[in-house]
Design a binder for this molecule. Structure first.
Ligand code: MTE
Length: 317
């Protein structure tokens, strides 16, 4: 994500660092574009390597893609967005080692009969873990194919009773300045929050991911658990979730608060609706040089287009 003008950001110091980061990305893209070296593979001098913690035997999901080769692991861990660890694409890999993923709990509240708090150890036992090879698309124009490990979001709905008022579900990320240095800066409206309509969350493609590439989730990718919604731009996938709240009204999310005219609530991958500052018609896969065409709903139209029947997706972008 690129921050046009960070919310409530009077400090020129912070604005400069955000602009600096996006300029650096731009220059780096140009430099890499001049050669044949892969885009993503060239990053990662500071990247953590594999977590080395296997998640055991995994079920192969019928929802996995098999026609595209997965993005190299290192590209996914060394280039990404996790603003709590800084606005630069390399910042998460540099700073996320500060995140403590145990003990970890997730509180589920709002429009539920009884609020509950679950420990990560219990969550990991909710359902057999599946490998889901998904196509991912970032709003900034890069994409990836990632073997996530997780289970359907609907597993949570077996463990809490939502009230008839629940229409939306919010996901709150951890916001601890001790572990996440950039929380001290008003780069975004913390804690990072995203939301889905309840029927989107219930869709079998929506997963809570606890790992990738067969291993425990790397910290920079949102350990110990995050959301993955493959037909939406990557920013819908909140990382390091500590709270899930069911609500009646469409919530305001972090990116909508930051730039309401650039980041809509639905955020379905839609090549026909350009971002305010760039086209969304093509994407560059991490680790590749040439751009490819972006597909409506990121290639998942057959499965999810029905959720939006009758809606004008240019308006509800
Ligand atoms: N979650 C939190 N808590 N903080 C963030 O800054 N960035 C989002 C999303 N989830 C973000 C977040 C954005 S903009 C993207 S593109 C994806 O995480 C990137 O996930 P990845 O690094 O695993 O590809």
């Amino acid at each position: 994500m690129l921050i046009r003008r960070p919310t409530a950001l009077p400090s020129s110091e912070i604005t400069d660092s955000a602009i600096y980061a996006s300029r650096r990305d731009f220059i780096r893209t140009l430099l890499l574009g001049a050669g044949t070296a892969g885009f993503g593979l060239s990053h990662g001098a500071d990247a953590d390597d594999r977590t080395g913690q296997s998640l055991g035997s995994l079920i192969n999901s019928p929802f996995s893609l098999h026609d595209d080769k997965p993005t190299p692991f290192k590209s996914m861990t060394s280039y990404g967005n996790f603003y709590e660890f800084g606005p630069d694409k390399e910042s998460p890999a540099k700073h996320a080692h500060r995140l403590r993923t145990r003990p970890w709990t997730v509180t589920v509240d709002g429009e539920v009969k009884a609020a509950k708090t679950f420990a990560i150890e219990d969550i990991l036992n909710w359902a057999p873990l599946e490998e889901r090879i998904y196509r991912m698309r970032c709003v900034e124009g890069w994409s990836a194919v990632v073997p996530w490990v997780g289970f359907p979001f609907s597993e949570l709905l077996k463990r809490v009773e939502v009230t008839g008022n629940a229409k939306f579900v919010e996901f709150w990320s951890l916001a601890d300045p001790e572990q996440m240095p950039y929380i001290r800066l008003p780069l975004l409206d913390w804690p990072y929050r995203e939301a889905l309509r309840l029927d989107e969350a219930r869709h079998p493609l929506s997963i809570i991911a606890v790992g990738m590439y067969g291993e425990v989730m790397p910290k920079q990718n949102g350990a110990p658990l995050r959301l993955v919604i493959p037909w939406k731009y990557g920013f819908k996938g909140a990382k390091s979730i500590v709270r899930i709240r069911f609500v009646e009204k469409q919530p305001e999310t972090t990116w909508i608060k930051s730039s309401p005219d650039e980041y809509g609530f639905y955020s379905n991958v839609n090549p026909d609706v350009p971002h305010k500052r760039w086209s969304q018609s093509h994407e560059r896969r991490l680790g590749e040089f040439l751009k490819r065409k972006t597909l409506p709903f990121n290639g998942y139209a057959e499965q999810v287009a029905g959720l939006y029947a009758g809606m004008d997706l240019r308006k509800n972008f």
